[in-house]
Design a protein around this ligand. Structure first.
Ligand SMILES: [Zn+2]
Length: 299
């Protein structure tokens, strides 16, 4: 009398186990997966998006073309299926809202993939500052220094190292209120300046600043505008920057982990009070860092 009931339950359990196992059986099935890519179709101008490329078979790298430049992006094979993972972004200084195409080629298989991302317009606040004329315009004898520093920064932002050290979300460099967001349109003494291409985090002078991701220190300097500054290379064209430090806590060539202290908040450079200016460059484009954190400002 008991036997049929037990058998019935066993059958139901077996069926449930089969159903539960079915999706993973499909994923783990033999044969290559179809190549494909995954990225958002819409983002705001100045934002970064993550692109995943699935070459279908374990190849070393894929070739990616973005904003007229081509990069060899390594394929990671330690996960469920081979994938190349990269950040792409636009910069409010250089790009206007519109459609941007990304092309990917898998040289070993001849596969070509394309994707279009619409970077839509955003309303950015306007900030008007009045400064003493000597602070608003650098003295003529500073111009060669400023040009030299711009070249050093340009070289840092063009860094390409082929190991991905970053992952999302990034680690918040300091706890603190976001005092100036990315994209703010600035007028100093009535004259338009470059938009604000980073985020300012309010924090008392001396607050330790954490590396936003594992990386390598590629530039430590004392620049006219940025003051004492640190640049970290996180791989695949992602560079983070920390400005107006009281003092840097790292040296060039040093390797740091996410959360490791890279310096202290200060007010060096052209600023009116202590804060951290934090910037992120993605393939040479300064993007809005805020969406790359879980909850910007809260730490
Ligand atoms: Zn700033």
């Amino acid at each position: 009398m008991n036997a049929p009931r037990t058998t019935g339950w066993l059958m139901i359990l077996a069926l449930a186990a089969l159903l539960a196992a079915a999706p993973s059986l499909t994923r783990a099935g033999p044969g290559p997966d179809a190549p494909g890519l995954q990225a958002p179709e819409h983002a705001g101008i100045g934002r970064a998006v993550e692109l995943l490329v699935y070459p279908g078979i374990p190849v070393d790298q894929v070739r990616l073309t973005w904003l007229g430049r081509t990069f060899q992006v390594p394929v990671e094979t330690d996960g469920e299926k081979p994938v190349a993972r990269i950040l792409l972004g636009t910069d409010v200084l250089y790009e206007k809202p519109g459609d941007f195409g990304v092309r990917v080629a898998v040289p070993e298989t001849g596969v070509r993939l394309e994707h279009k991302i619409r970077f839509g317009s955003r309303e950015f606040p306007v900030q008007r500052l009045t400064l003493p004329p000597e602070m608003a315009t650098p003295p003529p004898e500073m111009i060669p220094r400023i040009k030299r520093e711009r070249r050093a920064v340009g070289a840092a932002l063009r860094t390409w190292s082929s190991e991905r050290l970053w992952s999302l979300p990034l680690t918040q460099p300091v706890r603190g209120r976001v005092s100036t967001i990315y994209g703010v349109r600035r007028f100093i003494n009535g004259l338009p300046r470059n938009p604000h291409r980073g985020m300012d985090l309010a924090a008392p002078g001396g607050t330790p600043i954490k590396a936003c991701a594992p990386g390598r220190v590629i530039l430590v300097a004392d620049h006219y505008y940025a003051g004492r500054c640190v640049y970290l290379d996180h791989g695949l064209g992602v560079v983070s920057m920390y400005f107006h430090l009281k003092e840097p806590g790292v040296r060039e060539g040093q390797v740091v982990d996410a959360g490791e202290i890279v310096g202290l908040v200060g007010s060096s450079g052209r600023v009116t009070g202590p804060h951290l200016h934090f910037g992120i460059s993605v393939l040479g484009r300064l993007v809005d860092p805020a969406p790359l954190f879980n909850n910007p400002g809260s730490g």
